[in-house]
Design a protein around this ligand. Structure first.
Ligand code: EPZ
Length: 399
């Protein structure tokens, strides 16, 4: 986050300029009730990219109504596809001829836009994709995406701020990932379905969104095995994939009841302090780390949170400290001694999940917390304020 008005801020610290639109969160209300869980941002955006792989119409339903979906639609339109968004349904019509240039502003606003790289290399055997934007939670290089495509016969370079790929043909390959990167697994998977021969991805990501993508690709005619494991196999999906977060919540004292398509969480008393370690799936998801920090800030006891996926995802802690949290960070560890109650303060969202974490902290604070830069939250959560209000949360969007 750079300097905006000449004011001085430490590297990585948000520029705390009050935003017109913000949430006012009044703490203390007990939450109770039921909300519908919408489709996942990190799934729908990749399914939209996958639609580029075949000429014709692809319909995706139960899409979350979030800012990132129309942003991704702009990326696909820039490549020549037609995209119609009606409520929670997205209809994509892909033409016979696609442009391979994805170097327009829409790409710079969305990390997921990099997931057109695989489909373009698969369909067009060439791609020019502007380096993506998205949440500043770490350096987020694309070396594994590129080395995977190189192994399939492509030349890949970064030129003039773009990832440039060319291939006379793409062939199957054995690709071992240094880290189970979600984005690299998705791009290699989407390029491989149109390559000659068999591709094996070792140490592949296993996040649920990979399974969603593979299921769409299979519907489109792809033959894929091993999705969901480190060496890809198709498995039926059911709700067990929330195991790590639910296990931590129950360790903190929550009563957890799971049914086929619903989870009920009841926390009767002050949560107990528990440690969290973020890991690739099926470990504790890094995208829930800010919520874990908010829980730890009011839990009974000392918690240690270890972030293993993104090296700059603790910027959020400074905002919690403004709310009176007893917290400190050291490299990829954050340690917190829980307080009975936090105190309200004006705070700034620095990315999607941090914004949501601040609202949760505000719900557990005394007074009215002003959460600024809420557009981050809108990028990732559909009807966030309304769902919390449904549960009895005292929150409103103003400005
Ligand atoms: C996806 O990011 C999600 N974003 C992230 O969610 C999520 O936190 C992350 O996966 C992990 O689950 C989208 O799907 C749009 P990675 P992605 O490739 O694909 C390093 C949110 O809030 N790496 O698994 O970028 C990388 O720097 C967002 O919804 C390389 O070094 O994640 C990171 O440290 C935030 N080289 C780690 O691997 C590469 O070529 C994991 O990155 C690729 C990744």
């Amino acid at each position: 986050m750079g300097r905006r008005d000449g004011g001085r801020c430490r590297a990585g610290e948000p520029v705390r300029v009050p935003t017109v639109e913000r949430f006012l969160v009044t703490g203390g209300a007990r939450l109770a009730g039921t909300v519908e869980v919408a489709g996942a941002k990190n799934s729908v955006l990749k399914l939209m990219a996958a639609a580029l792989l075949a000429e014709g119409t692809t319909t995706i339903s139960n899409c979350p109504e979030i800012l990132d979906v129309p942003l991704m639609a702009d990326v696909l339109r820039g490549l020549g596809a037609e995209v119609v968004i009606e409520g929670d349904t997205v209809v994509i019509t892909t033409p016979a001829e696609l442009s391979h240039h994805a170097d327009f502003p829409a790409v710079g606003r969305l990390r997921a836009s990099v997931c057109v790289l695989g489909p373009l290399m698969g369909r067009c055997r060439r791609a020019e994709v502007a380096l993506p934007g998205g949440d500043a939670i770490g350096s987020r290089p694309l070396d594994m995406h590129q080395s995977g495509l190189r192994a399939m016969g492509a030349t890949m370079n970064i030129e003039h701020g773009k990832v440039v790929g060319r291939a006379s043909s793409l062939h199957g390959a054995s690709i071992g990932l240094d880290f189970p990167s979600v984005g690299a697994t998705e791009n290699i998977l989407m390029a491989a379905v149109l390559a000659d021969g068999t591709t094996i991805i070792d140490n592949a990501a296993r996040e649920p969104e990979i399974i969603d993508l593979a299921q769409l690709l299979a519907q489109m005619g792809a033959r894929i095995d091993g999705v969901g494991t480190a060496t890809i196999t198709i498995e039926g999906v059911d709700p067990v994939f929330m195991t790590a977060p639910l296990e931590r919540l129950s360790r903190a004292g929550a009563q957890i009841d799971t049914e086929q398509d619903a989870v009920t969480v009841t926390m009767a008393e002050r949560p107990r302090a528990v440690d969290f370690i973020t890991m690739p799936y099926p470990g504790f998801p890094t995208d829930l780390q800010p919520m874990a920090l908010a829980l730890a800030a009011v839990a009974d006891g000392h918690s240690l949170i270890t972030e293993n996926v993104f090296e700059a995802r603790f910027r959020f802690v400074d905002e919690l400290i403004r709310m009176g949290a007893d917290a400190r960070t050291d490299g990829h560890h954050a340690s917190l001694r829980g307080r009975e109650q936090l105190s309200s303060a004006p705070v700034w969202s620095t990315d999607i999940r941090a914004g949501a974490g601040l609202v949760l902290a505000g719900l557990a604070a005394e007074g009215v917390t002003e959460v600024h830069e809420v557009m981050h939250i809108d990028r990732g959560y559909p009807h966030f304020v309304e769902d919390l209000q449904k549960l009895g949360g005292q929150i409103e969007r103003v400005g």
